[in-house]
Design a protein around this ligand. Structure first.
Ligand code: NIG
Ligand code: FE
Length: 421
């Protein structure tokens, strides 16, 4: 039994339940939000006890002496599940930002001493405590924007000690933040500068030292790699992911982002949880992905910030039946936003997803890609009480009024963790 007081969210103009089996929503089902008008949610401890029309839950809420929250005609939805972030970094990359504005590309800037290696240089100088302080502030912002679960990748350590420092920071944050954090080892993010002539040595370090150490201490659930020109080849990524899988880490892949590498096929062959980015995916790969359980995690914040012309073919992915998710890709280099509401706007405008499809992609499908769809991503009895109250009457207004924050209340595990007004 939990000593948490039950909460009764009443008078939601639209309660977006996203009810349905804990599997990814594909095709037409992606646009079905399971809306209850004049909806209500009753919680019990960390979980949802009931959802329904406000008037049909009133009596039970009274009997349970639930604390009533009048939603006054606002929208109530599952908390966002952000399935792709690089939350732990030091400093920022405003210098790169300015150089790109002046005409240099992401790859040119990385080759000239900016990019991931620059962030890694800064990260090695700061302590776990300093990293945690910065990330804790940002986690507060995630919550204020309605996000309740965040996948977090390492990847700016690029050596055994610093990759582990990042993963330990995530574990320390988990103890003090209400947000659920899902750790991923991304040591194969870029070749560290000092290994420039020794690629194989760095890969050996990952597969023979880092992965076993991380698995032994349970510091990560997933293993990721950046498969691209200027990062790692398909063969190198295969070796890293296979080593991770031998030690119980589930693969995810940064795939087909800057160039086409065949990494989407690798994701399917490795039964990865997700293939992320996919800007350069081919028609045959879309068809193959649609037949698989690999989630296509689209991160249009990076396309926007890098101002690349090619956005991932979301429409074709959805229409083919692929399981599409959306994430921020929060990181200092390519996507410095943690606001999932802005990602919804980009998904609608740039990816031609409907507002309903974007919301399902940012909740239930993202939860599935993190192996948590049985517990997160929809508002149904027995599931975790993770929700956001949005100050709009109609869910379509969330991406429509873009660039500002509509979230007025966030609830995690049946507890109000953020509230304004
Ligand atoms: O997802 N693609 C690789 N990783 C990040 C960028 C990281 C960085 O530039 O610092 C991404 O876009
Ligand atoms: Fe990324």
């Amino acid at each position: 039994m939990s000593n948490l007081k039950p909460l009764f969210f009443r008078n939601a103009s639209q309660l977006l339940t996203l009810e349905g089996p804990p599997v990814p929503r594909r095709g037409a089902a992606l646009g079905e939000l399971g809306i209850i008008r004049d909806g209500a949610v009753l919680t019990e401890g960390p979980k949802i006890l009931r959802v329904g029309k406000t008037r049909s839950l009133e009596a039970q809420a009274r009997r349970l002496r639930a604390h009533a929250v009048d939603c006054r005609g606002r929208v109530v939805m599952p908390g966002f599940v952000d399935s792709h972030t690089h939350l732990i970094f030091a400093g920022n990359r405003v210098e790169d930002f300015e150089r790109r504005i002046q005409g240099k590309t992401y790859e040119q800037i990385a080759a000239a001493g900016g990019g991931i290696n620059y962030t890694a240089k800064l990260l090695r100088r700061v302590t776990e405590r300093e990293l945690a302080l910065q990330a804790a502030t940002w986690l507060g912002q995630f919550v204020a924007h309605g996000t309740t679960t965040v996948e977090v990748k390492s990847g700016y350590g690029l050596d055994v000690a610093n990759e582990i420092k990042i993963l330990k920071t995530i574990r320390a944050l988990q103890r003090r933040s209400p947000v659920e954090l899902v750790p991923t080892l991304l040591a194969a993010h870029t070749l560290p500068a000092k290994y420039a002539e020794r690629r194989r040595e760095y890969l050996k370090l990952i597969t023979e030292k880092l992965i076993p150490a991380v698995a032994r201490t349970k510091l990560a659930e997933f293993v990721d790699c950046f498969c691209d020109r200027g990062a790692f080849t398909r063969e190198e990524c295969e070796a890293v992911l296979a080593a991770g899988r031998r030690f119980g880490l589930v693969p995810r892949i940064h795939a087909e982002q800057l160039t086409h590498t065949g990494s989407c096929r690798l994701a399917i062959a490795m039964q990865a949880a997700s293939a992320d980015h996919l800007d350069h995916i081919t028609a045959a790969e879309i068809a193959a992905l649609a037949k698989s359980d690999v989630v296509a995690a689209l991160v249009p914040g990076s396309n926007f910030h890098l101002d690349v012309a090619a956005y991932p073919p979301a429409r074709r992915l959805i229409d083919a039946g692929a399981a599409v998710a959306l994430a921020t890709d929060f990181n200092p280099g390519s996507s410095p936003t943690l606001n999932m509401q802005f990602i919804l706007a980009l998904a609608c405008i740039k990816l031609r997803m409907t507002p309903a499809e974007a919301i399902a992609a940012a909740t239930i499908n993202a939860a599935y890609s993190l192996r948590r769809a049985d517990r997160l991503g929809s508002l149904e009895p027995g599931k975790q009480a993770d929700l956001a109250v949005m100050d709009v009457n109609d869910y379509r207004e969330i991406p429509y009024y873009f660039g500002w924050n509509h979230c007025v209340m966030t609830v995690k595990r049946g507890r109000i963790i953020y509230s304004r007004n």
